[in-house]
Design a protein around this ligand. Sequence first.
Ligand SMILES: Nc1ncnc2c1ncn2[C@@H]1O[C@H](COP(=O)(O)OP(=O)(O)OP(=O)(O)O)[C@@H](O)[C@H]1O
Ligand code: NI
Length: 363
Amino acid sequence: MTHDNVLEIRNASVSFEMDRGTATVLNGVDLDVGREEIVGIVGESGSGKSMLASAMLDAVEEPGELAGEVTYYPRDGDPVDVLSLSEEGLRTLRWEEIAMVFQGAMSSFNPTMKIGGHFRETLEAHDYDVGVGMDRARDLLSDLYLDPERVLSAHPHELSGGMSQRALIALSLVLEPDVLVMDEPTAALDLLMQRSILALLSDIQEKHDLSVVFITHDLPLVAGLADRLAVLYAFEIVERGPAGSVLRDASHPYTRALLSAVPNLDAPLDSMRAIDGSAPDPVHTPAGCSYAPRCPLSTEECLNVDPDPRSVGENHTARCHHWEDAAEAVPFALADDAAESSDAPGSSGSTDAATDGGPGVGR
Ligand SMILES: Nc1ncnc2c1ncn2[C@@H]1O[C@H](COP(=O)(O)OP(=O)(O)OP(=O)(O)O)[C@@H](O)[C@H]1O
Ligand code: NI
């Protein structure tokens, strides 16, 4: 029987030994990625998003130490204990089962090699039939509204940012992975392009039965795409749940602050209001709630006792002692806009991922 989850992460932690102490840059994170589901992971810069992405593929760079468990469940066959795989096993897993678009990867195309060469090289390195694979590449490129022949014969510098990002998504899918992990895949693009790429991603996800982990600092951007959301703050998941529920009933003051920090989706990103205060130092995370120093609801208890996840709704948890007071203390009025994020101009019109995910995000 096919397992419901395609990926399960348990108690994943990453630490670095530094002169001034041990930096814990991912702290006991649990995460399930359901089969054919889109999971959005959101948090500000330095919260541990890229660490979590690297942990999923046992790709944490030295001298970082990864602990915990990562299990991949193939459609057929036995579960795979990712952290015990050999180099060879990992190499296969990374492209053929779980593909990753790393942060800043757009500039990772070799500038002297045509886009088609990148596809051929990837297919050859994994002993795929190049003819079959290049046909699949053309299909993927057209699904992403690119002219396959033109793109395959272009050098990377001949493509616009939006085109090369879409070419990269096609490349990451050419070996038919089950899971696509994307770390800030659209951060370098303008908002309109980001939104249309997200709409395309939702079509691709459905057509290829993909599970997608979409990592971003921009909660409203991913709100309309994700089935489920997890919010990272200070190296831990502070709130998680079905996307509709997290947006409508955001219960952690930090999630609410993220939602109130963007005036509306049409505003340029740099006009976002930053949240007051700064993220904790990974060498000295606060004893109690990590968010307490920045939180308007913080009390003595918060400074001393690290809150466990509380159930705040169906399959929806938040790590906050005062979650019941969060709505009043940190108001926001963005939910209606967030709900429309898959209807961006230039999208191909599919909002299925958003509407399947729950009761929607309107009030
Ligand atoms: N090699 C390293 N040694 C020590 N600390 C590191 C190292 N690499 C990253 N970190 C720290 O790990 C923490 C988490 O980093 P991570 O890259 O996961 O954040 P992020 O949420 O992806 O941020 P961004 O949005 O800026 O990409 C940060 O505090 C960062 O400074
Ligand atoms: Ni990152």
